[in-house]
Design a protein around this ligand. Sequence first.
Ligand code: FMN
Length: 231
Amino acid sequence: MDYQTVYQAITGRHSVRAFTSQTVDKALILELLNVAARAPSGTNCQPWQVYVATGAARDRIVTEVCALHDAARSDKAVAEQYTESYQYYPEQWISPYIDRRRENGWGLYGLLGIEKGEKDKMHEQHQRNFKLFDAPVALFFTVNKAMGIGSKMDIAMMMQNLMVAAQARGLATCPQAAWNHYHKVILPIVGASEDEELVCGMALGYADETEIVNKFITPRVKAEDFTHFVE
Ligand SMILES: Cc1cc2nc3c(=O)[nH]c(=O)nc-3n(C[C@H](O)[C@H](O)[C@H](O)COP(=O)(O)O)c2cc1C
């Protein structure tokens, strides 16, 4: 086993927020998903379904969700209609997580030249999520609503495998929970049944290395600071 290769694939991955228009072969997407599906899952349930939207389906999702996200900004009733599929973040944030979240947000905005109070620019940047950061491929991960909360762990592991395998193949990704707000629009377009819940979206494609947003590399807390050896 070549540790260095595995190490580079894991540590070289980062969330990419600007893609080129280069398409991704269907065979390659399937290869990545087959590797990703080697992820462990509780009692090997493999509780995931994955919808891969490209071409007209991708464009339709982008157009419809961008329009809704614009509408939600000015119309509270629209915003209230599009609540996320499940609560990802806490209602009441606590330190140090809120501090890291702020540092992350301002780090990204700082790189993009967006300052405090520049709400239009912030909205535009958030809207980039729903343009899929121009990626040609949108992935939507769903789980049957009958399954337990643990299934989201299984799907997260599968998603991480996919992102690392994509990295090793020269592709780039951005996991996107932002889509979860628009599950009511997305799931019917991709043909998911009403029994399914949207767990996460993901942009997949080739990184546009000329875009400054892709220079954003996030810090990590050292293992020494979050690990507790109990002997
Ligand atoms: C489940 C999940 C959902 C995420 N959703 C979004 C999203 O909607 N939009 C976005 O720009 N980044 C999203 N991210 C990316 C995180 O901001 C990113 O992983 C974090 O800042 C660490 O940076 P890195 O991925 O570049 O290492 C998400 C990450 C995860 C794990």
